[in-house]
Ligand binder design. Structure first.
Ligand code: XMP
Length: 319
């Protein structure tokens, strides 16, 4: 008889046994997984845990303040907020290979965690909210030959050499189970229901090279798209929705003038575990309205397209 209450109890015991009186740092991404992992570990070992939130400049609009506010003010869990925008965006400059981008971000995350751990007088463990599908997809594709689809930053993207041992209490869970565990741990419903957000953030939603300017454009388009989804009451019916800024400029016309700006792709899928997904069948009025708002309100975008690819053969993220 397997319940979340039983899982919680067992996980807490296992974390205590593994960690002993060691110190743990936990990287928070703002997503459900790392938040649930942090709260569970905090329950197990209290102030042996310090959370580290790295603002890598690849976050969505308003995200940093939401995460910091929730952990510091709501949960009262010690949190270090690292401003690392220059470090990450600088390292990504000129790089357009998706795997190199992912590995670069993974390496910088670890270097940042190690540097922060040192400031705290050292840490023995690094905690992460790795889920079962992250483990599977970083290793092989179901039923096929062993081939890496993507190096998830929290699995295959980690550097080989790392001083800390890993604590990954959610490694056997699927997303719906993590959400159930989050509810069990008292996470507010609007947080439990948040769409997944990948550790490499907006970098993998800017196919090709990443620049600050592109990230700013993408952030605005993404916020408008999600605002429209919420207003239409569709947020909870969708597994994940986001904008992608394509590295392509097209010609348009605005008033009397010619424009030559970027194309924005909108993505929305339904899924139960992220392993397979179907594109979300919006009605055309919704899409037309979202496109109009994005083009009118965001300088730098003059065309919007909708991605109707399911997974497989597409993946959810574009990189
Ligand atoms: P894909 O694009 O592989 O994504 O179909 C499946 C799910 O995983 C998320 N994703 C990640 N999550 N680190 C994460 O924590 C990553 O590196 C990463 N890459 C993809 C993606 O957003 C989707 O929910």
């Amino acid at each position: 008889d397997w319940t979340m209450a039983a899982f919680r109890e067992q996980a807490v015991a296992e974390i205590r046994a593994k960690v002993g009186d060691g110190k743990v740092i936990c990287g928070l991404s703002g997503g459900v997984d790392s938040s649930v992992a942090a709260i569970l570990i905090h329950e197990a070992i209290g102030d042996q845990l310090t959370c580290i939130f790295v603002d890598h400049g690849l976050l969505r609009m308003g995200e940093a303040s939401q995460v910091v506010g929730m952990f510091r003010d709501h949960y009262n869990i010690p949190l270090v907020h690292v401003e690392a925008q220059d470090l990450f965006i600088g390292a990504l400059e000129g790089e357009s290979d998706p795997e190199v981008k992912r590995k670069t971000i993974g390496r910088l995350f670890i270097e940042t965690f190690e540097a922060e751990a040192e400031k705290l007088g050292g840490a023995d463990f690094l905690a992460q909210g790795t889920l079962y599908p992250d483990v599977i997809e970083s290793v092989s594709f179901t039923g096929g030959p062993s081939v890496t689809i993507k190096s998830h930053h929290n699995v295959g993207g980690l550097p080989e050499r790392m001083n800390m041992k890993l604590v990954e209490p959610l490694r056997e869970l699927f997303k719906d189970e993590v959400r159930e565990l989050g509810r069990e741990l008292g996470l507010p419903e609007q947080f439990v229901g948040r769409h997944p957000f990948p550790g490499p953030g907006l970098a993998i939603r800017c196919p090709g090279g990443v620049t600050r300017e592109k990230l700013d454009i993408l952030r605005q388009a993404d916020a408008i798209y999600l605002d429209e989804i919420r207003k239409a009451g569709l947020y909870d019916a969708i597994w994940q929705a986001f904008a992608v800024l394509l590295p392509v400029q097209t010609v348009g016309v605005m008033g009397d003038g010619r424009t030559y700006e970027f194309v924005c792709a909108l993505r929305a899928v339904t899924s139960v575990d992220g392993m397979t997904a179907d594109f979300y069948p919006f009605d055309m009025d919704f899409l037309g309205n979202a496109a109009t708002r994005i083009i009118n309100e965001v300088r730098g975008i003059n065309r919007v397209v909708y991605d109707v690819t399911s997974k497989p053969p597409g993946t959810i993220e574009w990189e």
